[in-house]
Every structure is written in structure tokens, then in C-alpha cells.
Design a binder for this molecule. Structure first.
Ligand SMILES: Cc1cc2nc3c(=O)[nH]c(=O)nc-3n(C[C@H](O)[C@H](O)[C@H](O)COP(=O)(O)OP(=O)(O)OC[C@H]3O[C@@H](n4cnc5c(N)ncnc54)[C@H](O)[C@@H]3O)c2cc1C
Length: 396
């Protein structure tokens, strides 16, 4: 096996999942994560289709199922908290739903004994030469690796270093989302309550067996200029956009100030003609972010990691062959998942009162519409838009 030493940037979902499979195939992965420790917080993420089969092959499906959110219906309410329409659990929660932080912890625990994790550091330079890549870090000493993988999310550092500026491959869908943990002050029991005003959606759903809740703020907007690292500035953007909005909004905005895990980003997709350059390759959101509106980002990360590691093993570590095969295997799946997000925005964040009424009417009528099954099966179809190969594990 050539190219044994693999450096992975990012320890969320794609990074630890890739480390898991690389170990299975006899490689020696190292994971570097910018955060000082595993990032625990996060929203609920869904699994659909092929990703569940990958979890099963990892032997982790049972653990993920045990951590499932067990979310029920979502009720859309008016300003006085009166139900307008109820949508069933499957619309929001896929086949299996888990908090991103819990998933990350399961993947980390499954790998930490045989994988080197370096927290609190970040790659600053990558110099490729005939036999490998010299990597420099913000804090650690320079090191040699055979291959480097960017699993560092939508704003991937590895991608910027190797593929150039993010603006060339990031496609904003015209929405922003903020999400954070709040007290479960509405006493929700495994359910969600969402409220809309034109161009804005505010949602709360209970989490961790109702001991807390996640608040979610979505708004439609042209591209905003802000600093990705400046949380205070991002909080102010959310406050400004939701000032004067009804229902529970002001209480949730107040709770946002105390939230330990405030998150804010654009709903964006990453589109690249190639996921690799030389000895550097991308996986997960760094390579093909589908945007939260697709509900498929975690599935893509888990399946992408499985395929990338499998193709490297099948090519006995020959990165040129493996990286080409990885893209060929996964591109149809990526396209199907990314397509899902594009039409979803108007349904989730209706732009006008007329659209809001139209959306609610559709949700009310959906159980009686002949094409209901077709609509409901769309996400599952995307989740199954790949036939998983069997990749033989390295002999123990
Ligand atoms: C609100 C919201 C809801 C979502 N809902 C769903 C859903 O229902 N279903 C679904 O499938 N997906 C969902 N997603 C998407 C899903 O969370 C991501 O697609 C998935 O987590 C991708 O994982 P990743 O490991 O590729 O990237 P990320 O989870 O973004 O992880 C990147 C990691 O890299 C680290 N990092 C960043 N920069 C550096 C650096 N310079 N050096 C080292 N490390 C670095 C970060 O700290 C992080 O740990 C949702 C996303 C959001 C925002």
C-alpha cells in the first residue's frame, strides 16, 4: 500500500468518518482540528438512504439510533401560538435524526484509540513534492504526509490553500440560518413549533429528551458582508433582521445572548469540477456542501468518506486513480442531493404572505393529494442515488 500517511483537516463528521475507514483499510490517518476540543454543539441532522447502510457497515448504526432525537411532528403556529398546520416527523427528520455533536462524538470515540487527533491547530501551508506533502501548522512543527484531505467544512481552509478563493465555488441560495441551544421554555415534548413572517422562519424544537431546545432563525437575503469569526457581529445581524417579529421571537433573541453554541452561516453550496489537486483531496461540505435546505449534508459526508477511503484502498493507495474514481462514484449522488435544496427555500422560508398562505394550504391538503407519495419520496430518492460498492477491508 502506497501513500500510507494521510492528514485530515477537520474533526466533525466527514473527518472522523474518513479516519475510521482509512484505519479499516490499513492507512495511518492523523486528524487536525482547529477547535481546542471536539465541538459538541449543533443542530439535528438527518440520515436518509445509503448513509444508513454505511453506518451499519461501520457497526455504529445501533449507537446512532440510541442517540436519535425521536422528534415528532412540527406545528406551524400563528402569532398567538395557535396551530395553523402540522407536518409529520418525516418531513423534518428523515429516516433517522441525531444531534450533529452527538454524531461527531460517536465517530470520534470509534476512532480515537487508533487515530492521532491534534486539537487546537490549523494548516498554514501545503507544499507538494514528488513523494508527499510538507505541511506547516499555526502551532505545531512542520510534518510530512503522503496525502492531505480537507474535511473542514463549507469555508474549508484546505480548499482555500489549494483551490483558491471560496467565492469561485460557493453558490449562495439566498438564505441565512442561525441556530443555538436555548432552555426548553415552551415545554416541548419531542416536537417542534415554527412561526413564519414573510421571508423569515423561527423554529424551536426540543432536544436531549426535552432537557433543552434548539432555536432556529432563517431569513432570505442577498449576500451579506460579515466576518465568519466575529460571533458578536453575527448576533447583531440576527437581532436586526428579527427586531419586531411576533410570537416567541423576542424571548428567543434574549436567550441567544446566553447561548453556548451560537451558529450563523449562509445556506450555500460548493460546486467544484474536481475534488482533488495532486495529493490533496476534499470530502464532505468542503467538497460538495449541499446546504442545510437539502437535509443531506451529513449523508453526503458519511457516504463520501466511505467511498474516498474505499477507492484509495482499491487502488492500493495510488491517489491519482483513487481520487478520479471517488469523483466518478459520488458525483450523481452529489447532484441529486444538491438539487433537493434548490427548490426547498420558498417552502421553508416563504417570501411573501401570499406564498405563506399557499404553502400552508399545500401542507394541509398534502395528505389528500394524489402526488403526495411522489413528493414525500423525493428526499429518499436522493438519499439512495448511489449504489455502494463493497470495498474489502485490509487483513487484520
Ligand atoms: C442548521 C443546519 C441544519 C442542518 N441539517 C442537516 C440535516 O438535517 N441533514 C443533514 O444531512 N445535514 C444537515 N446539515 C448539514 C451538516 O451539518 C453538514 O453537511 C455536515 O456536518 C458536514 O460535515 P463536515 O464534516 O463535512 O463539515 P462540518 O460539520 O462543517 O465540519 C468541519 C470541521 O472542520 C473544522 N475546521 C474548520 N476550519 C478548520 C481549520 N482551518 N483547521 C482544522 N479544522 C477546521 C471545524 O471546526 C469542524 O469541526 C445542517 C447544517 C446546518 C447548518
Amino acid at each position: 500500500m502506497q501513500n500510507n500517511r494521510v492528514l485530515i483537516s477537520g474533526a466533525s463528521v466527514a473527518g472522523p468518518a474518513l479516519a475510521f475507514w482509512l484505519r479499516q483499510h490499513g492507512f495511518t490517518p492523523t486528524v487536525v482540528e482547529r477547535a481546542p476540543e471536539l465541538r459538541d454543539g449543533g443542530y439535528a441532522v438527518d440520515f436518509r438512504g445509503a448513509s444508513l447502510r454505511v453506518l451499519e457497515r461501520m457497526g455504529l448504526l445501533g449507537q446512532v439510533e440510541a442517540a436519535a432525537t425521536r422528534m415528532g411532528d412540527v406545528t406551524y403556529v400563528d402569532g398567538d401560538d395557535r396551530p395553523v398546520v402540522v407536518t409529520p416527523a418525516t418531513y423534518q427528520s428523515g429516516e433517522l435524526e441525531v444531534l450533529r455533536g452527538d454524531l461527531s462524538r460517536i465517530l470520534y470515540d470509534a476512532t480515537k484509540d487508533d487515530v492521532e487527533y491534534v486539537f487546537g491547530d490549523s494548516i498554514t501551508g501545503l507544499t507538494e513534492h514528488a513523494r508527499g506533502v510538507t505541511v506547516t501548522f499555526e502551532h505545531g512543527e512542520p510534518r510530512e504526509f503522503d496525502l492531505v484531505v480537507g474535511a473542514d467544512g463549507l469555508h474549508s481552509n484546505v480548499r482555500s490553500l489549494v483551490f483558491g478563493d471560496e467565492s469561485a465555488c460557493r453558490h449562495d441560495l439566498g438564505y441565512y440560518v442561525s441556530i443555538f441551544t436555548v432552555p426548553n421554555h415552551l415545554g416541548l415534548d419531542h416536537v417542534g413549533r415554527f412561526y413564519n413572517e414573510p421571508n423569515r422562519t423561527i423554529g424551536v424544537y426540543s432536544a436531549r429528551d426535552n432537557t433543552e431546545a434548539k432555536a432556529m432563525f432563517w431569513f432570505g437575503s442577498a449576500a451579506l458582508e460579515y466576518d465568519h469569526r466575529d460571533v458578536e457581529q453575527q448576533r447583531r445581524i440576527v437581532e436586526e433582521r428579527f427586531a419586531g417579529v411576533g410570537w416567541e421571537t423576542s424571548a428567543l433573541l434574549e436567550a441567544m445572548r446566553e447561548a453556548p453554541d451560537f451558529y450563523f452561516d449562509s445556506a450555500s453550496q460548493i460546486k467544484l469540477d474536481s475534488y482533488a489537486k495532486g495529493r490533496v483531496v476534499l470530502v464532505g461540505d468542503a467538497a460538495y456542501c449541499a446546504a442545510p435546505l437539502s437535509g443531506m449534508g451529513t449523508s453526503l459526508a458519511i457516504v463520501g468518506a466511505y467511498v474516498l477511503a474505499g477507492e484509495l484502498a482499491a487502488a492500493a493507495g495510488d491517489h491519482t486513480t483513487a481520487f478520479g474514481a471517488y469523483r466518478e462514484e459520488i458525483r450523481g449522488f452529489v447532484d441529486a442531493c444538491q438539487k433537493l435544496a434548490v427548490g426547498n427555500g420558498k417552502w421553508f422560508v416563504p417570501p411573501t404572505r401570499a406564498w405563506l398562505r399557499f404553502r400552508n394550504l399545500n401542507y394541509k391538503l398534502l395528505p389528500y393529494l394524489p402526488w403526495r407519495k411522489l413528493i414525500e419520496e423525493l428526499p429518499l430518492k436522493a438519499g439512495n442515488a448511489i449504489t455502494l460498492k463493497e470495498y474489502a477491508a485490509a487483513p487484520a
